[in-house]
Design a protein around this ligand. Structure first.
Ligand SMILES: [Zn+2]
Length: 274
């Protein structure tokens, strides 16, 4: 009698232990699964810096880099975009004289400012949007566009989350980068649209197309410069002039301004094809 009494007390406590251990295991497994499937962490300074670069300055640096090919574009751009000209010029002169970036004589520039330049160089090296010929301009043919990111839409109900590139109906549209087709076909706002997950993790959205290329397949790869379709005015662009709506969504779900990138890519392409 006594023994069986002990057993009935022991069993629930053992059960509790097993349940507790199992719960811990499940939590550990869940956390591990989430870690594995988490989008890559992007530090909060990356895109604010990249999208704040004036396209004219980037283009000027690309030109200068062509004249002095021994300079590294990312170093030139990091210095030029961070420091006032009087501080930047002596550093750029050193680069032109083949002084390595790590051996630069910074003169009176404070340590903290040096660190910001170094961080900007790191960002430009990792996120190569401004590196010539890494990305393609999405419209093949004449087009005009302005910086309308964040402008009111539907009477202020939502903000414009991209750039509209206007042109003639039927103008070819190409992929700006290599990646995988993630969304394809009709949706109410975008009309005939295609969404491509770029190899670096961003989502690129092309909307209002007249026709989508029949070679596109959901889940299939596309190359940079691959034909996606033609410019149109489908979806909520039905009553507007023909244009491509181009958007960039970074992995945390935030849409960023494509305008400065487009300006630089268009210039690179024109130089490359002329
Ligand atoms: Zn738009």
């Amino acid at each position: 009698m006594k023994e069986s009494g002990v057993d009935t007390i022991k069993l629930p406590s053992m059960l509790k232990r097993v349940v507790a251990q199992l719960s811990i295991l499940i939590i550990v497994a869940l956390v591990a699964w989430q870690e594995l499937h988490r989008p890559p962490t992007i530090l909060s300074d990356v895109y604010p810096y990249l999208t704040s670069l004036p396209p004219a300055l980037v283009k000027q640096c690309i030109k200068e880099n062509q004249t002095f090919p021994t300079i590294v574009l990312e170093e030139l751009l990091a210095i030029s975009s961070t420091l006032p000209e009087r501080e930047a010029l002596p550093l750029i002169d050193q680069l032109k004289n083949n002084v390595p970036f790590s051996k630069l004589n910074w003169g009176l520039i404070p340590r903290n400012t040096q660190k910001i330049v170094q961080r900007h160089r790191e960002i430009l090296n990792k996120y190569t949007y401004y590196h010539p010929n890494k990305y393609k301009f999405p419209v093949i043919g004449s087009t005009w566009y302005e910086d309308s990111f964040g402008a009111d839409r539907e009477g202020g109900k939502r903000k414009h989350e991209g750039t509209d590139l206007f042109g003639k109906e039927g103008t070819p549209i190409v992929s700006i980068c290599g990646g995988k087709v993630e969304q394809l076909g009709w949706n109410r706002l975008g009309g005939e649209r295609v969404g491509i997950r770029g190899d670096e993790g961003n989502y690129y959205y092309y909307a209002h197309l007249q026709y989508l290329s029949t070679s596109l397949v959901k889940g299939k790869r596309v190359q940079a410069g691959e034909h996606l379709g033609t410019m149109g005015h489908t979806g909520d662009a039905l009553t507007t002039p023909d244009h491509l709506h181009f958007g960039i969504e970074i992995p945390n779900g935030q849409w960023i301004n494509p305008y400065p990138f487009l300006e630089v890519w268009q210039d690179c392409q024109e130089e490359g094809s002329s």
